[in-house]
Every structure is written in C-alpha cells, then in structure tokens.
Design a protein around this ligand. Structure first.
Ligand code: PMP
Length: 350
C-alpha cells in the first residue's frame, strides 16, 4: 500500500518537547526570553478576520521583511521573499521544486537531520560529505555530478554552531553544479550572513526562521530569500495557505520590532560567552559558536551518560551521535539562571 521509500525511511525525529514548565529546556535551541510584546497585540487584532482565508502570499510580512532586509543589504522587494510554515516548510518546498526520484542531493555531516528525510521522501539519493576536523568543507562538497540537483548548507551549522564566511559560501556556490540552499536558521546570532550572495548568484537561496532569534518557535514561520524568478517557481509548489492569518500578523509585528531583536540577540550572545567559558572551565572541548547553542565534548565522561544524568535532574540538553563521526552534547543558550543551574550540575558530574 505504501511507497517503498516511505516504508524504508525512519522519518525525522524532533527533539524531546516535554510539556510543563519545570524542565530546564536546553535541547531544541529555543529562545529563553519572551517574544516582542507587539506580537500579542497583532495576534489579538487579527482574530476578527479569522472567518476569512489568509492572504496566500503573506504580503504584509513580505513588505515589512523587504524593508528590514533592504537596510541590511542592497534593496530587496517583496517578490524576492517566500513565506513558509516554519523554515522546515521552506526546506520542503525547495526540495520538492528541485529534486525528483533518482536524482541527487548533497549536504555535509554532522548537520541538520531533516535534509536526509526530505531527500528520502522524494526518492532521491544522497551524497553526504563529512566536515573536516576543523569544520571546514573539502573539495568533495563541490565535486561535479550530473545527477546533483540541490545542495543544503546550514550556516551557522547545527550542531557545531560554526559559520563559514560569506566568501567561502560564495566560492562553494560558484563551484557547485546545482542550486545551493543556505539554511540561515541561526544567522541573526552570527557576525555575518549570506544574504548578499542571492543577488549575484541565481542559484543561491537563503532560508530564515522566526523560531530562534525572534523567540517564536511555537508560531511556525520562516521565509526564503531568492531571485524573483526562483520565488515564482517555488510559489507553484507551496500549499496555497501554508501560513495562517494569525502567524502572518504575528510574524509581521515581530520583524517590525528590530529594536527588540537587537536587544534579544545581544543578551543571547552574552549568555553564549558565559556558557562557553563555564563549560571550558569544567574541562569540556567547546566548539566556538556563532549560534544560540554550543557543541561540546568531554575527554573523560560519556556524553550519553551526562545527558541522562542531567535529564534525571530536570535539565534537558541534546545528545547527538553521528555514524563514523562521534557524539557530543548540543546545549542551547538559556537565561542566566538556567546557565547557572546547568553548570552547577555538570560541575558535580565531570
Ligand atoms: N534549520 C536548522 C539548521 C535548524 O536547526 C532548524 C530547527 N530545528 C530549522 C532549520 C527549522 O526551524 P523552523 O522550522 O522552526 O523554522
């Protein structure tokens, strides 16, 4: 009854999402602080319009986002932007647009596990290129392959938090024989981003999310920036109403409040420095992070054991293990109290 590729696949396994507020939740890179207060006002104002279908093009958000992005790079107009139900939806739309059965996608490992699932759903083959030990990418990532249809690059990457410089990404995009999706879920926490590359290279697409830096993971809103002729084709593939009216209103208010974003990003970055310093002090090897999480390994204590001991005591971090590569802990930057709790507990375990 089912397509064989669906029966064979495991499906994407999201991080644990326990309900209730008791847990110190540092496992899925959520923002520890509440979203801009303007979001709640915008949602309340949008409720009376729920009787009607939402705007299929999320025009209000695209107009506001175009203004905001134009201040950070050259002028961008709304026809450079496509909205999605979280950036996972954007990744799905991009994959369905470019990749068919028997074709090939490429991504690096360790990275975001959803790329694998999306390729499997399409019945596509995968070229999985290991990061070098310094988290750079070798020539294998740009090697020619005529069946190659799409490459994904998370930048900053998860779980490492490492961010390749825009010049490096531009060189990768120029060498790749296929479109490149630069997944910038964490770019607001980084020093650089790849938005400018979209203008010079038709095959570069940049995806963003409101889940992390805007503290709206529960909302489900993401967007893609690409050249208008690319956005036009992708628009044929997306669900008509992939963003609901409340999400569009909330996301528009959120991106409008850049003062809130700046303050929030600064707080998270300060927390990141404190967390990294504290973990180094406990003997962890900490990968320098440009995101709102850090990737750590410990030379002596087992990472799965640390994860379980923390969980027993009400602190959730992410234990990740990659075949032929190794394992470690990915820890989200929490607020000051959460960081203190985590460091105190780890201090008793290592
Ligand atoms: N890309 C990366 C690298 C991520 O870590 C995540 C979060 N799981 C996403 C995309 C998707 O985020 P969302 O669907 O919440 O926008």
């Amino acid at each position: 009854m089912f397509r064989p590729e669906i029966e064979r696949m495991r499906g994407y396994q999201p991080g644990e999402q326990p309900r209730g507020t008791k847990v110190v939740k540092l496992n899925t890179n959520e923002n520890p602080y509440p979203a801009s207060p303007k979001v709640a006002e915008a949602v309340a104002a949008a409720v009376p319009s729920l009787r009607r279908y939402p705007d299929p093009h999320a025009t209000a958000f695209r107009m506001r986002a175009a203004d905001v992005l134009s201040q950070q790079s050259d002028a961008i107009t709304p026809d450079w932007i496509l909205c999605g139900n979280g950036s996972d939806d954007i990744l799905t739309i991009v994959t369905r647009t470019f990749v068919g059965e028997g074709q090939v996608v490429r991504y690096a490992t360790p990275s975001y596990v959803l790329y694998q699932t999306l390729a499997e759903i399409q019945g596509a083959a995968q070229e999985i290129v290991p990061y070098e030990s310094d988290w750079s990418l070798g020539f294998e990532f740009t090697a020619p392959d005529e069946r190659l249809r799409l490459a994904y690059l998370a930048n900053p990457n998860s779980p490492s938090g490492v961010c390749l410089a825009p010049g490096e990404v531009a060189a990768i995009a120029d060498m790749l024989p296929c479109p490149l999706l630069v997944d910038e879920a964490y770019a607001d926490f980084a020093d650089t981003n790849c938005l400018d590359l979209v203008r010079s290279n038709e095959r570069v697409m940049v995806s963003r999310t409101l889940s992390k830096s805007y503290a709206l993971a529960g909302l489900r809103f993401g967007y893609l920036v690409a050249q208008p002729q690319v956005i036009e084709q992708l628009g044929k593939v997306k669900d008509s109403y992939n963003c609901d009216a409340l999400s569009i209103a909330a996301a528009t208010a959120a991106i409008d409040d850049q003062a809130w974003l700046e303050e929030n990003v600064n707080r998270v970055r300060a927390g990141r420095e404190r967390l990294m310093g504290g973990l180094e002090g406990l003997g962890f090897a900490v990968t320098p992070s440009q995101a709102n999480f850090v990737w750590v390994t410990h030379p002596r204590v087992g990472h799965d054991q640390l994860y379980l001991s923390l969980k027993e005591r009400g602190v959730l971090v992410r234990y990740l293990s990659y075949p032929n590569w190794g394992d470690g802990l990915r820890i989200t930057v929490g607020d000051d109290a959460q960081i203190d709790t985590l460091l105190a507990m780890l201090g008793e375990m290592v």
